[in-house]
Design a protein around this ligand. Structure first.
Ligand SMILES: *Cc1c(COP(=O)(O)O)cnc(C)c1O
Length: 474
């Protein structure tokens, strides 16, 4: 209602109510609020009190508040202020319980870091370090040396490695270094789009190289590559089909054939592996997925892969290959713009040390892949049994976990799932309540039931998960 239309009587009532509102200082002096100041600091609390009082004033002006309501609101001001602070001062990034069974879930932060990676990152970041300082000579050093040494232990001394912000950056930098102004030959069956915005043709054009597509979506022959090679060709590129498969009438030259063609014609060959495992995937029952070592052993000159996919470390893009190419990539001015921070180097170094020691259980993503069906089944039974029936109806069923992160798109790991319904609530409503819980839980919904895969839930989270589940029914 516009002000001018209010009756004079309503106006007096409102100005009376406004007069009864406490001042900011009066609220700040209340003992409950003083305790908040102690915890959250005076600026945050003062700000929240201002907002709360303004909301009350707005309510009064809109005529939506009578004397009794205002009295109640004033008596609960400390709680209102507390809730406001919780909303504003709480960080937006929160931990969630991933019960989806997708181990490298890009939307949930991909690989969880190992304790060793976190400890090392913390130690290095908390003080000064020799990040770019050569302790022998007392002179300026290079930040790459710290992980180069470990990659060489894992991939062999003849392999050089540099690290950038993510694999998209690794691909961009490599293409720019090796092929700017020239052509890069790629099969039409490998022009992938990954997770929203990484598209091979777009990255190619930003790198300054020209994409030369060969073959068809389902079939590309060695002769197609051969015919496309010309004066402007700088590089052959193979891209891992991270999130799709081509089945049926298909053909693709082997990596060895491509390598031999490239080298016969005096050209380098690059492979964008995407996930890039540093361990043997067959140990988790997945075959036919080349690891970084396989690609290098086949003769590929430069391999790019992510640090936070199958490697199980922090977000980063790794470029491994023949020293002469890596040296050129390293000296590209773009490298400086894409380089990574000391926190990442520290976390990556600790993750790589686990590989050097072959202590794969230390790396959470790998430990999850290795977790046995029996072990997951036991935990699933415990969760299913703890759910009060009714309102819940729960059972443990067979299912599959996914590796995710563009690794082995067709591969699934056998698992056991808690499948449940909750009386009076649809499965979608249960999933919604789980997401809004504290901590939020991300689950799957299939055929009217909520599915929980404990493979991706840390055993230390089982109790918190049970707490959230029992809260859902209320
Ligand atoms: C995941 C992936 C990328 C992008 O890697 P980010 O680390 O997310 O930048 C590029 N290429 C392939 C083949 C991938 O699977």
């Amino acid at each position: 209602m516009p002000k001018s239309m209010k009756s004079p009587k309503a106006e007096t009532r409102q100005s009376q109510l406004l007069k009864e509102l406490p001042s900011v200082d009066e609220v700040l002096r209340e003992s409950a609020v003083a305790a908040l100041i102690e915890r959250e600091g005076r600026p945050a609390v003062t700000q929240a009190v201002r907002v709360a009082l303004q909301n009350l004033r707005d309510g009064i002006a809109a005529g939506s508040m009578d004397a009794a309501q205002m009295k109640l609101a004033i008596s609960t001001l400390p709680e209102i202020v507390q809730r406001h602070i919780a909303r504003v001062v709480r960080s937006s990034l929160r931990t969630v319980i991933n019960a989806s069974g997708v181990i490298l879930h890009t939307n949930l932060g991909r690989a969880p870091l190992s304790r060793a990676a976190l400890d090392h990152a913390r130690q290095i970041a908390e003080c000064y370090s020799n990040l770019e300082f050569d302790l022998d000579s007392g002179e300026r050093g290079k930040r790459d040396v710290h992980v180069q040494r470990l990659f060489a232990r894992i991939l062999g001394d003849e392999v050089s490695t540099v690290v950038v912000n993510n694999n998209a950056a690794a691909v961009l930098l490599t293409l720019n270094t090796l092929a700017e102004g020239g052509e890069v030959i790629v099969s039409r069956g490998e022009l992938v789009e990954i997770g929203g915005s990484f598209r091979i043709p777009d990255v190619m054009s930003k790198s300054g190289a020209t994409l030369r597509e060969v073959g068809t979506t389902n079939r590309t022959r060695l002769a197609d590559y051969e015919r496309a090679i010309g004066e402007r060709t700088r590089l052959l590129l193979r891209v891992h089909r991270s999130n799709f498969q081509i089945v049926g009438f298909t053909e693709q030259p082997s990596l060895e054939e491509l390598v031999s063609l490239a080298h016969r014609r005096g050209l380098p060959i690059m492979e964008d592996l995407g996930s890039g495992a540093l361990f043997d995937l067959r140990t988790v029952g997945i075959s036919g997925e080349p690891g970084v070592s396989d690609s290098l052993a086949a003769g590929v000159d430069v391999v790019t892969y992510s640090g936070d996919k199958l490697l199980g470390g922090p977000q980063s893009g790794i470029i491994s290959g023949r020293p002469e190419f890596i040296a050129r990539i390293r000296s590209n001015p773009m490298f400086r713009a894409l380089r990574v921070d000391k926190l990442i180097y520290a976390a990556l170094e600790a993750t790589l040390l686990a590989y050097v020691r072959q202590d794969y259980q230390q790396i959470p993503a790998l430990a999850m892949m290795h977790a046995s069906v029996e072990e997951i089944g036991r935990r699933a039974e415990a969760v299913a049994r703890s759910l009060p029936q009714p309102p819940f109806a729960a059972e443990v069923i067979e299912g599959e976990s996914l590796i995710g992160g563009g690794a082995a798109p067709a591969a699934a790991l056998p698992t056991r799932l808690v499948a449940f319904t909750c009386r009076g609530l649809s499965a979608d409503e249960v999933a919604r309540r789980l997401r809004h819980a504290d901590p939020p839980v991300v689950a799957r919904v299939e055929e009217g039931r909520v599915l929980l895969d404990l493979r991706t839930v840390f055993p230390s989270q089982d109790d918190a998960l049970l707490g959230v589940l029992s809260g859902v029914a209320t």
